[in-house]
Design a binder for this molecule. Structure first.
Ligand SMILES: [Zn+2]
Length: 442
């Protein structure tokens, strides 16, 4: 998926949250119009005003000088006032003749100066509160803390954590699996055989793209596995099965080997595990599983296009609508983290709030505490084309903090550390359990 931006729009970093808050405070303090163009002059101006008598003509000229706008000694006062360039001068001048106006303007000056003081105090206070709060909330990395089970009670035996982990390892044993590579072809063959054996009708939705580096043709294919095609309530379960060409977030080796155990492997392994549950569905519910190619065929960030497979699938869905449209879609991405925590993804809440709430409610009922009923990240992922182009209300189940949030915590996302050792079959099984139970309620 596409990484988020660091800055006021970001909701991932403590710093960005503080920055956003300060901008809000700043906006609030600026709503009352002020005429001073130089913000750094305000505290000085405020101090000066406290010391000086406002009716003193000499003080007026000092204020003007302090405010940082040079006014030539030969410049007539009337011209300066009419320009409105120095906020204090016009009100102060007029105040000499009009008492009430003077009161208003001097109060205005004080408020403006104190606005900056308020911002500074708010910033410091907020920072302190956030640091203390974050510490108590476990925001800072606590390396060595025992890994929590994703569920409050044991996962039913039909959701086999060892089997799920076996699938994940089998996928990773192939090695890196970028689109168009020989390794991807081997993975496709393995999955075609697997889903056929499991009883699905398997097809490949093939297309071609131009390689962003050299323009050569790259074959792509979405793998589609269908169960109970004649059933009237159809649901889409999906994941991407390609891996990013390089671990470009790895500080030590950006051109190293990217296995993509969690990012690419986990969703695929989860659908493989889910295939064992397809016999246990309501009699009117049918499922299509789709593994998208080209989710992140990204050789150069910012230049190359994400979500090639899901875009192709979505456009095709519109061009050739199926006899029975999907009621909903669930995208599984990065669901094998050993320290699984799946928050509401914000785009999912915008596009498919009822489906999202239904899934988290199911998790709550089952005691799967890895599903946290709070929103955290806004993630660009394969569910965006499905929602925007195909209009299939689709939710993204994604644990974007891999392995955990927190200052000083490691990050395995798009690094050489995205390997099976940092994943857990129990996490995959817990997610499959929740999605399957949710399907059974439809
Ligand atoms: Zn990725």
């Amino acid at each position: 998926m596409n990484p988020h931006q660091i800055g006021p729009a970001c909701d991932r970093h403590l710093f960005c949250a503080v920055l956003r808050w300060c901008m809000l405070v700043r906006q609030a303090s600026c709503r009352r119009p002020t005429l001073r163009p130089n913000p750094f002059a305000r505290p000085i101006l405020f101090m000066k005003l406290k010391r000086m008598k406002l009716s003193d003509a000499e003080s007026k000229s000092t204020i003007r000088a302090t405010s940082g706008r040079p006014t030539g000694p030969s410049q007539p006062r009337g011209a300066e006032t009419s320009s409105g360039s120095i906020g204090s001068s016009a009100p102060l001048d007029s105040s000499a003749a009009n008492g009430p106006t003077k009161e208003n303007s001097s109060v205005g000056v004080r408020r403006s100066g104190s606005g900056w003081l308020m911002i500074a105090v708010t910033f410091v206070a907020l920072l302190l509160v956030m640091i203390v709060g974050a510490f108590w909330a476990g925001f800072f990395d606590r390396s060595g803390a025992p890994v929590q089970s994703p569920t409050l009670s044991a996962i039913p035996a039909v959701y086999d954590a060892d089997r799920a982990m076996g699938y994940l390892k089998k996928i990773c044993d192939i090695g890196p699996r970028p689109s168009g590579t020989e390794a991807m072809q081997r993975q496709q063959k393995m999955l075609q055989e697997f889903f056929t054996q499991q009883g699905a009708g398997v097809s490949m939705q093939t297309f071609e793209i131009r390689h962003p580096q050299d323009g050569s043709a790259v074959p792509m294919a979405n793998l589609i596995a269908r169960w109970n095609v004649d059933r009237p309530k159809r649901y889409l379960l999906c994941a991407h099965y390609d891996t990013r060409p390089f671990p470009d977030q790895d500080r030590r080796n950006r051109k190293g080997i990217f296995i993509g155990a969690n990012d690419g492997g986990s969703g695929t392994a989860a659908l493989m595990e889910m295939s064992h549950q397809m016999a246990d569905l309501p009699s009117d519910v049918g499922v299509d599983m789709v593994l998208f190619d080209g989710e992140e065929f990204i050789w150069e960030q910012g230049r190359d296009e994400y979500f090639l497979g899901s875009k192709y699938f979505a456009r095709n869905y519109v061009a050739e609508p199926p006899a029975i449209p999907y009621r909903a879609g669930v995208l599984l991405d990065m669901v094998a983290d050993r320290e699984l925590k799946i928050y509401y993804e914000q785009n999912s809440l915008s596009y498919a709030p009822e489906i999202a709430r239904g899934i988290w409610k199911t998790a709550d009922r089952l005691g799967v505490r890895a599903f946290v009923p709070r929103s955290r990240h806004r993630v660009e992922d394969d569910h965006i084309p499905l929602n925007q182009i195909a209009k299939i209300p689709t939710v993204d189940l994604i644990d974007f903090d891999y392995p955990r949030a927190g200052i000083g915590a490691p990050s395995y996302w798009h690094t050489e550390q995205d390997i099976p050792a940092n994943c857990s079959g129990e996490s995959i099984a817990a997610v499959v359990w929740v999605v399957h139970e949710w399907l059974k309620q439809q």
